[in-house]
Design a protein around this ligand. Sequence first.
Ligand code: NAD
Ligand code: ZN
Length: 364
Amino acid sequence: RELTVDLGERSYPIYIGEGLLEEASVYFAKHGISKKSPLMIITDEQVAGRHLAALEKSLKDGGFSVVSEVVEAGESSKSLAMLGMLVGKALEAGLDRNSAIVALGGGVVGDLAGFVAASYMRGVKFVQVPTTILAHDSSVGGKVAVNHPLAKNIIGAFHQPELVLYDLRTLQTLPPREVSAGLSEVVKHGLIWDADFVDWCETNAEKLLALDPDSIGHALYKGSSVKAAVVSQDERENDLRAILNLGHTIGHALEAVAGYGELLHGEAISIGMIGSAKLGLRYGAPEDVYTTTKRVLSACGLPVRLPEHYDVDSIMDAMMHDKKFKEGTMVFVVPTAIGKVDIVKDVPVAWVREIVEQLKQEAE
Ligand code: NAD
Ligand code: ZN
């Protein structure tokens, strides 16, 4: 499968298929990655042990000069210190303006490597080789970033890749919890854009959880297509791009108050999307906005209830911190039907609070 992210001169292809790692050199050459200048693969230790050798072999056999850097797995690698370290390695390895930086991994590696690519020598070529389901989201749109101790993703840039190479075989080694968490963003793309796809996700949830290549390939294709359609119309985040934040206002607040490792991003936004659906009902959306959202997320193995021990005050504080709000209202992405959302700019904070409280009572 192949799709194009349409951004004028910065358009690029996403290839989705089985065994693409082994053919990487062909795709890299086709899209103008230089064989004369060294390229750097950035990956994390979880992914390196499983998939780095195959990518290195293909590229080296194809005549590329390759250096690889392995960082610790996890969000803490998205740091300025790591950026500095990697720039040092790039200089030592002789990377020049024609070199490329390759991200082999999930969203963490993608964001980090992408920011190295955006800033090294004022920007070099970038290739994404995603290995998580969630990365179908992070590899489209060109947002790259590292974290600051005071805020996530606050030091960043827009830097589009030359190509995205999605080898479905790499997903076979994902832990089940990461599979479900990644599906959360897939379902989100359906909920904001494509009712038929939401229906398809529910029907095929078991196959998706079992990582059936055909089903996962289709899901990634559809999910990426929605994200690509949205960012092509609104590359720099104005009104339309905001719809991608469905479930994220509550979700980010849950992540902020959760203990370390307690909630994956996809799990937090799953609960957040249930909250958004409940808000939709208050604005007159039909009941199935809520029931369908809940059924499809549950089918994908995602949490739909807020665990009892979460403190509602802390969640509300985190939400106020995260979002601009004025005079007791806030901005929310609100579903109006399955596959359709509105941006509501004056949602009463009191309603949001009631909904967060109700999320603890959701039946699983
Ligand atoms: P991740 O990169 O941390 O991957 C999750 C875990 O799975 C890690 O432990 C990783 O080592 C492991 N892993 C990855 N691939 C594997 C494989 N094939 N087999 C076994 N283990 C594997 O996290 P993620 O969920 O992919 O991405 C989350 C990050 O993405 C966050 O930092 C978030 O800010 C970012 N993000 C960015 C955007 C964007 O538009 N740039 C969008 C959404 C999320
Ligand atoms: Zn997200």
